[in-house]
Design a protein around this ligand. Structure first.
Ligand SMILES: Nc1nc2c(c(=O)[nH]1)N[C@H]1C(S)=C(S)[C@@H](COP(=O)(O)OP(=O)(O)OC[C@H]3O[C@@H](n4cnc5c(=O)[nH]c(N)nc54)[C@H](O)[C@@H]3O)O[C@H]1N2
Ligand SMILES: Nc1nc2c(c(=O)[nH]1)N[C@H]1C(S)=C(S)[C@@H](COP(=O)(O)OP(=O)(O)OC[C@H]3O[C@@H](n4cnc5c(=O)[nH]c(N)nc54)[C@H](O)[C@@H]3O)O[C@H]1N2
Ligand code: SF4
Ligand SMILES: [Mo]
Length: 708
């Protein structure tokens, strides 16, 4: 008879409760856990494919050492002891010769072991950890912390009467600390719904207001809404007087963002801006659910700050049904794992891209600086990289330059589930465990007040959890005293503030913080002034603009009118497919069947004017190059197209003759994004959603069809 294990899915950032049925040591079935407080039984198609992932024939099952040239695809199996010894020897040699800073540690998106990777880097003596944190989520967290003390989260259980979904597509992405089913449940109560998105999604047809903005102009739109709310005196006067600083200065700043001007910038009609702003300000309580698209350009900090100001001046912060500031559950925080104290002042100062002070503060540096240091030796050479669960050839901007950089490294180690295009360039590839194979404290809902137990259900050959890999590597590097003997000891440490051991927590499976509204009335906001800092003292002290603003990104119809005749369309990238997680799962038949090819969303009228039909393969070309994707019709703004990101084709071979790496440059949109300055000043965000492009049909033999 099948046994079962109650666990927490991590096929995306994770968090949905899952019951895994196990028979003779094998996982046989997975279903949603209806007792989970947030997902309540929901599992998406990716979650349902977890078992297929764990047992996929292409999975890495033991450590591999490269024997041919980089990218030739020749590997031999080695033992864990041999591999860890070799890696530590090479790293210590490089440290001795070029300094610890010449070794960069990389991790992928919001992995639950990322704090271990940061700890390892700091223990080793390197200040350089790179991750998607420069364009994803961390800017929202850090900017919120300095503005109002914590990250505001839509309080769906508090029944918002108005929900404004902004640059986010939660039903397909369950992003950050949300599960899709929370929004679905909230919508059943029929609140007013506003969607700020250039593209049609499953939400836009349900929306009272759909603001189809020009990508990259979110900050201007939010400033325009602030302008309307302030001009019409629709803000919460009492809250503003008692609990904010800098309102006068904010008023001065937004005064010039009148709806007519904002219409010219954003392409959203002035009247719609006014009506949407009025509705948001007068329907109480109102919650904003923001997404990653507000972060992926030079206005990253501006957009976040302007949206925080909207929540604050309308009195929607930390109130029932508004944007809550949840208390943390009683566990050691991820940030407490950083070992910055282990770094000398001199080492800290060497951090790459340190001018983006807020990223540097959070120990995440923009990868463009890593690429530059490898290729140009500036400000010093980077010689080695350890990459845990990230696929830079697909996910960093300017993929071809990333490849050049990775090829130039003296030493590259990749820890992954599969032989990805990035892994193909490594010296060693280590097999990581999937979520079904590990015990862990799942941090996904931390900022919503919860941690959950992820419990090991199965084992797959020699695969190891990243936690274990870090702990064991630390021993070889002579850093044992800064780590733990084993993963269970580490888990006990994480949990010690709760008074529970891992074993006890695994039984209980969930831990949550006390829950109170309007905590500021007793304790103030956790900022330097104790109030919401509309004018930020922290940004001012760092030399940044203390007020939100809008700057025109460098490659738009307005900043580069000279390009418009050749590149007439605006390109945004990376809107998520419900079936994949960035570059992941293209191997899984059940998911790939649902979406075999990379898709670019185009307005049918635009397509018609270019002689393009739905299903055609088109070249998407920017001044930097071109890639091909398949056309899907969408009621997207006619001047905008939206291309998916991170596409490669595991079924395609490694072909050293043609420098082919599983087709990773055919449809990968980061071939055409830019890694050049300007970036967002505070975080170093690169631009993924505001470029100019043209599209045209792929002719003849250049069409591709999926072989999976
Ligand atoms: N299925 C799946 N789920 C995922 C992921 C995945 O790869 N696949 N990735 C995870 C990660 S790391 C992240 S960061 C989140 C991201 O998830 P979300 O925050 O939901 O972001 P996206 O899906 O990138 O984009 C959301 C919407 O923004 C629109 N958009 C595009 N450009 C702009 C713009 O400039 N402004 C505005 N306002 N809207 C714009 C797109 O059309 C899209 O509908 O999802 C997480 N969850
Ligand atoms: N053009 C464009 N580029 C983008 C974006 C965009 O919208 N547009 N979005 C950006 C954003 S928001 C993000 S977050 C990044 C994501 O960037 P990455 O984090 O680099 O994305 P993934 O493709 O998810 O890479 C994760 C890798 O880890 C492996 N993996 C999965 N689970 C584990 C595990 O438990 N352990 C280990 N060791 N490996 C594992 C997977 O097989 C995969 O190869 O991409 C960014 N890049
Ligand atoms: S939304 Fe994410 S956590 Fe939930 S089932 Fe899907 S992949 Fe798993
Ligand atoms: Mo992300």
């Amino acid at each position: 008879m099948a046994d079962y294990v109650k666990s927490v899915c991590r096929m995306c950032h994770g968090g949905c409760g899952a019951i895994v049925y196990v028979e003779n040591g094998k996982a046989v079935k997975i279903e949603g856990d209806s007792s989970h407080p947030l997902s309540k039984g929901y599992l998406c198609p990716k979650g349902l494919a977890s078992i297929e992932l764990a047992y996929h024939p292409d999975r890495l099952r033991y450590p591999l050492k490269r024997v041919g040239k980089r990218g030739e695809g020749k590997w031999i199996r080695v033992s864990w002891d041999e591999v860890l010894e070799d890696i530590s020897k090479r790293l210590l040699e490089i440290k001795e010769r070029y300094g610890a800073e010449s070794v960069v540690f990389a991790h992928g998106t919001n992995r639950e072991y990322l704090h271990m990777v940061i700890r390892l880097a700091h223990a080793f003596g390197s200040p350089n950890v790179t991750s998607p944190g420069y364009v994803c989520y961390y800017p929202r967290v850090a900017t919120s912390v300095i503005t109002c003390g914590n990250l505001p989260i839509a309080d769906y259980d508090g029944n918002p009467e108005c929900i404004m979904v902004w640059g986010c597509n939660p039903l397909d992405t369950s992003p950050d600390e949300y599960c899709a089913s929370q929004l679905s449940r909230a919508l059943k109560r029929n609140p007013k719904l506003m969607v700020v998105d250039p593209r049609e999604t499953r939400l836009t047809s349900k929306a009272n207001f759909w603001l189809k903005l020009r990508p990259g102009t979110d900050a201007a739109l939010a400033l325009g809404m602030l302008n309307v709310i302030i001009e019409k005196e629709l803000y919460d006067r009492e809250f503003v007087e008692k609990w904010t600083v800098g309102f006068d200065k904010l008023c001065e700043r937004v005064a010039s963002f009148e709806p007519e001007k904002v219409e010219r910038i954003t392409w959203v009609p002035a009247e719609t801006i006014e009506k949407a702003a009025e509705t948001y300000a007068t329907t109480k309580p109102a919650a904003i659910h923001w997404g990653v698209k507000i972060e992926q350009n030079v206005n990253c900090t501006n957009a976040i700050r302007a949206l925080l100001a909207l929540m604050a001046i309308t009195g929607n912060l930390d109130v029932k049904g508004g944007n809550m500031l949840f208390s943390p559950p009683p566990v050691v925080r991820m940030t407490d794992f950083m070992l910055k104290k282990n770094l000398s002042e001199e080492q800290k100062r060497k951090v790459l891209g340190g001018e983006h002070k807020l990223s540097a503060l959070g120990s995440t540096i923009p990868p463009m600086y890593v690429v530059k240091a490898i290729l140009e030796g500036k400000p010093y050479p980077v010689k080695a990289m350890l990459a845990f669960g990230t696929n830079p050839l697909l996910t960093w901007p300017n993929s071809k330059l990333v490849k050049e950089a990775l090829l130039k490294l003296d030493f590259l180690v990749v820890v992954d589930l599969f032989m990805t295009p990035t892994a193909e360039l490594a010296d060693y590839v280590l097999p990581a465990a999937t979520w079904l194979e590990i015990d862990d404290v799942a941090f996904y809902f931390f900022r919503a007040g919860y941690v959950m137990a992820r419990r090991k259900a199965i084992e797959v050959e020699e695969c190891r959890s990243d936690h274990k890999i870090v702990i064991e590597l630390a021993k070889y590097l002579g850093l044992r005293e800064l780590f733990w003997d084993n993963v269970e000891q580490y888990l006990d440490y994480v949990l010690y503030p709760s008074g529970m051991t891992w074993k006890e927590f695994a039984e209980k499976s969930i831990l949550n913080a006390p829950f109170n509204y309007k905590k500021y009335e007793k304790e103030g906001f956790k900022t330097p002034s104790g109030k919401v800092e509309l004018y930020s003292s922290v940004l001012e002290s760092m030399g940044f603009d203390p007020l939100p603003n809008y700057v025109e990104p460098p490659e738009t119809p307005y900043s580069r009118p000279d390009l418009v005749s050749e590149y007439p369309l605006v390109l945004t990238t990376g809107a998520r497919s419900p079936y994949f997680f960035h570059s992941e799962y293209r191997q899984l038949k059940s998911l790939r069947k649902s979406q075999p090819d990379p898709l670019v969303d185009i307005n049918p009228e635009t397509a018609k004017s270019l002689g393009i039909k739905e299903g055609d393969w088109v070249w998407i070309e920017t001044p930097r190059g071109r890639v091909k994707q398949k056309v899907r019709f969408n009621d997207i703004h006619p001047k905008v197209i939206s291309a998916q990101h991170a596409w490669w084709f595991p079924e395609e071979p490694v072909d050293p003759e043609k420098s082919g790496l599983h087709g990773c440059f055919e449809s990968n949109i980061n071939v055409v994004t830019s890694s050049d300055q300007p970036y967002d000043p505070c975080f170093g965000a690169a631009i993924f959603n505001a470029m100019l492009c043209r599209i045209y049909k792929v002719e003849g033999g250049d069409q591709r069809s999926s072989k999976i």
